[in-house]
Design a protein. Structure first.
Length: 303
């Protein structure tokens, strides 16, 4: 009888232990789930803050925080890394809408209104890929190779829709993605780029950064589909700014090259922009960066 009692007690003890273990496992899972939910909510709120980190400008079908976007601020609102925010109107804008008025309206909107009227994309280069240099216009800049994560606001939260692996300055994944998903310009560049595709150059006068005097600088453009890459030939490295990738848009048969690279560039968008047109089966280029803001022949390099 004593043995039976001991056996019963032992089985009861094992059963209670199993139940307690299962109960503990369930509670641990619930805690982990709650922690994950809290982290998700915190992350969404932190990403929300990026929507109000600067003033918006209208560019090629979308609104974005101008200049360098939302720069990493370890003690500020952006603790993620270098971020770019893009707002794409859900409702098509009128052809001749008042750009300045629309930009001001966005500035007055709260976060809920922005989510209601715009599709929201946020590009982030995580802080672990950034190098700090307090003497540069952008104090935190990415070191190659790095990853760029793209979030879209969907179904009440930000979802990671793609992560780009950027290997070097000539890597076009970033530019290609923007062209494919963000550029809402009505006019396509596809009809003119196939002919332009290839390597071109122009040697022209520019104002020296150091002296302001006219000096000769060579600009080499490599065109592929709807993007271009610029390299600069000069004996003075200070003149070789705004090298790298450019996005191409078209308006009234004039192509506009806008800088999207990650290198050193002027904050003056007009100076970093190039215009190209086709006339009599030849291509001409002009830019406010040139000493003479007139159309000049763009020469195709022979193979």
């Amino acid at each position: 009888m004593k043995s039976i009692k001991l056996l019963s007690f032992f089985l009861l003890f094992i059963s209670c232990k199993d139940n307690n273990t299962k109960s503990l496992e369930i509670k641990e899972k619930e805690v982990a789930k709650n922690v994950a939910n809290i982290k998700s909510v915190d992350a969404n709120e932190a990403l929300d803050n990026l929507l109000k980190c600067g003033d918006y400008s209208y560019i090629d079908g979308y609104f974005t925080i101008a200049d360098f976007g939302c720069i990493y601020q370890p003690k500020g609102i952006n603790k993620f890394g270098n971020a770019e925010v893009y707002l794409i109107p859900k409702k098509e804008l009128k052809e001749n809408f008042d750009v300045e008025k629309e930009e001001n309206n966005i500035g007055r909107m709260n976060i809920s209104s922005l989510k209601k009227f715009y599709d929201i994309y946020i590009f982030i280069i995580d802080k672990k890929y950034l190098t700090h240099n307090p003497n540069m216009d952008v104090p935190y800049y990415p070191s190659y190779p790095y990853k760029q994560t793209i979030y879209k606001y969907l179904d009440g939260k930000y979802k990671n829709i793609v992560t780009l692996d950027i290997s070097n300055e000539k890597d076009s994944k970033y530019t290609d993605w923007k062209i494919k998903f963000l550029n809402n310009s009505d006019q396509s560049v596809q009809d003119i780029i196939p002919e332009l595709k290839g390597d071109y150059f122009i040697k022209t006068k520019v104002s020296s950064i150091e002296t302001g005097d006219p000096i000769d600088v060579s600009f080499y453009f490599s065109f592929d589909t709807s993007k271009a890459v610029l390299s600069i030939g000069t004996n003075n490295s200070l003149e070789a700014y705004c090298e790298g990738a450019y996005i191409i848009t078209k308006n009234d048969n004039v192509l506009k090259l806008k800088y999207t690279g990650e290198g050193t560039c002027t904050s003056d968008e007009d100076e970093s922009t190039f215009l190209i047109k086709k006339q009599n089966n030849k291509y001409y280029i002009k830019s406010k960066r040139f000493d003479d803001f007139k159309w000049q022949l763009l020469i195709k390099k022979q193979l």
